[in-house]
Design a protein around this ligand. Structure first.
Ligand code: HPA
Length: 274
């Protein structure tokens, strides 16, 4: 029997919608080490991914695997604490299923965050980077397969996946609050092995500023779903171009924590201004 994607999305969205009494407008995905942003919501409805029909569990370290729904600045917000990655063995459709569900719930604006390694000497651990473009180097695409016209068009344009107006708003927030915010190109690889030195050199030459193992599939599906997208990378380590040391999960988490305050300010203000 053909598994109907639309039915699965509806089942999951109905399950979440039944537990909340508002229509969410903004969705945000929290990457590695960034769970604490979830504390911005007071008294949220909390739902574990494993309880949502058809939604896969989050197995990556420091990805809590919970959906938080609540209001902030009078806007309905859904926070995804932790994401699903391609390297966990999930299909691209599974990885991006949460975006489909957010859209079905009414979310029109998506903020995607991630931890990333830097390929650009100006972007150092603890810095925030506004993603203004991306390179899909994962060797796959979540839109491969039958297109469901109810969800989006066959060939969505990615000429400007990251909303320019929102990027300008973010820069104003950074300026007003006195923290550094640079623009950059995010490149996604499948992982889970980290890049070799030769790969890092190649990726930098290709035009990437930061590298990670997520975000791009979610953004592709968000654009397919006609959402407005903001992407923020937290630089958690320098890549192997700059040194030759192994990166540890502790290093990545510690540097993500360094960016916590600025990221919280940025996100809180974006909730008010987008
Ligand atoms: N490479 C890939 N993914 C990452 C990195 C990195 O250096 N840092 C955090 N996520």
């Amino acid at each position: 029997m053909r598994i109907d994607m639309l039915e699965n999305i509806k089942k999951a969205a109905d399950f979440v919608a039944e537990k909340i009494d508002f229509t969410p407008e903004i969705g945000i995905i929290l990457g590695t080490g960034l769970n604490s942003i979830g504390e911005l919501l007071e008294d949220p409805v909390i739902i574990s991914y494993k309880d949502i029909p058809e939604w896969k569990a989050s197995t990556a370290p420091s990805h809590q695997g919970r959906l938080l729904a609540g209001k902030l600045s009078n806007r309905g917000i859904v926070i995804l604490q932790g994401r699903l990655h391609y390297y966990e063995g999930y299909s691209m459709q599974d990885v991006t299923f949460p975006i489909r569900v957010l859209k079905a719930l009414g979310v029109e604006k998506l903020i995607v965050t991630n931890a990333a390694g830097s390929l650009n000497e100006k972007m150092i651990p603890g810095n925030l980077v506004m993603i203004n473009d991306h390179i899909n180097w994962m060797g796959n695409n979540p839109l491969i397969g039958e297109n469901r016209d109810e969800l989006g068009i066959r060939f969505p344009s990615l000429h400007e996946p990251y909303n320019k107006e929102y990027i300008a708003i973010a820069h104003k927030i950074a300026e007003d609050n006195n923290f550094s915010l640079q623009d950059g190109t995010y490149l996604a690889l499948s992982g889970p092995s980290l890049e070799t030195r030769a790969e890092c050199k190649m990726l930098a030459k290709m035009g990437a500023d930061v590298v990670g193992m997520s975000t791009v599939p979610e953004v592709i599906v968000a654009i397919h779903s006609d959402m407005k997208v903001i992407g923020i990378s937290v630089v958690t380590n320098l890549s192997n171009i700059f040194h030759s040391k192994a990166h540890t999960q502790e290093e990545i988490r510690d540097n993500a924590a360094k960016a916590k305050q600025n990221l919280e300010t940025l996100i809180l203000e974006l909730f008010k201004k987008i």
